[in-house]
Write a protein that binds this ligand. Structure first.
Ligand code: C5P
Length: 237
């Protein structure tokens, strides 16, 4: 499968998010509904995407006891939702509950089950932050350990830094999917992302999905910015 571009609809109000959906949904992209949209205007953004049959990734980053996460995942299963994520640090049982809830709810609705992805480490976390959190080893080691748990729980793949994709593919094989945020086209601002990669580098490393937010949604022309990234992704480094 060629790598897919996911655009993060990280804007504070529904009108701006809807404008972005209208601009972007006909491109070959998946739209990411993240915490900002989920907390501020969930029903509006889901209905708007559903009316346009726009493929979505619900970046809910769920992390709670297994029953609660299972119930939340079940509530997020909808026809256009292709992916939902949880935090791997929530543990094996929590991730299993998410996977089971997604497949059970999808069966009830007679739709394909969304893939469950597990966040290994946030790309805003740098090596020095791990120590502070009490996590031993570097980002790479932590990502591999958490990815092994995610695979055992039945997750389709992990959210990780593009720097970790080669090792993850080596350990878990090509079918275990990788979804990488922290992507910055050359010359754009890093913001709070600490471990960044260009779109071409992420694709060359084997990333299956690359997530881009601010470089597209804050661009004066989001469509042109998205097209430029799609173009960069198709010209493999
Ligand atoms: O604007 P930017 O391209 O940095 O947006 C990245 C998006 O990916 C944000 O919506 C952020 O919540 C999300 N994300 C992330 N790091 C993770 C998981 C998700 O940056 N590990």
């Amino acid at each position: 499968m060629a790598a897919q571009l996911i655009v993060a609809l990280d804007v504070p109000n529904a009108q701006d998010a809807e404008r972005l959906v209208d601009q972007l949904y006909e491109l070959d992209v998946i739209l990411k509904i993240g915490l900002e949209a989920l907390c501020a205007y969930p029903e509006r953004i889901f209905s708007y995407c559903e009316a346009r049959d726009a493929r979505t990734f619900v970046d809910a980053k769920l992390h709670d006891i297994p029953r609660t996460v299972g119930a939340a995942v079940a509530a997020l299963v909808r026809p256009t939702v292709q992916m939902i994520n949880v935090h791997a640090l929530g543990g094996l049982e929590m991730m299993r509950a998410a996977v089971e809830a997604a497949s059970e709810r999808a069966a009830e609705l007679e739709i394909p089950a969304p893939h469950i992805f597990a966040v290994t480490l946030l790309t805003s976390i740098a090596a020095e932050d791990l120590n502070e959190l009490g996590l031993q080893g570097g980002p790479g080691e932590n990502a591999i350990r958490l990815a092994a748990l995610a695979r055992d729980a039945g997750c389709a793949g992990v959210v990780c830094s593009a720097h970790e994709v080669r090792d993850l593919k080596r350990f878990f094989g090509d079918d275990f999917l990788t979804l990488t945020p922290g992507i910055r086209p050359t010359g754009s601002a890093h913001g709070d992302q600490k471990r960044v990669t260009t779109p071409a580098e992420a694709v060359a490393a084997g990333s299956d999905y690359i997530v881009v937010g601010r470089p597209i949604v804050e661009a004066s022309d989001p469509v042109a910015a998205a097209k430029a990234i799609l173009e960069e992704m198709s010209v493999r480094a």
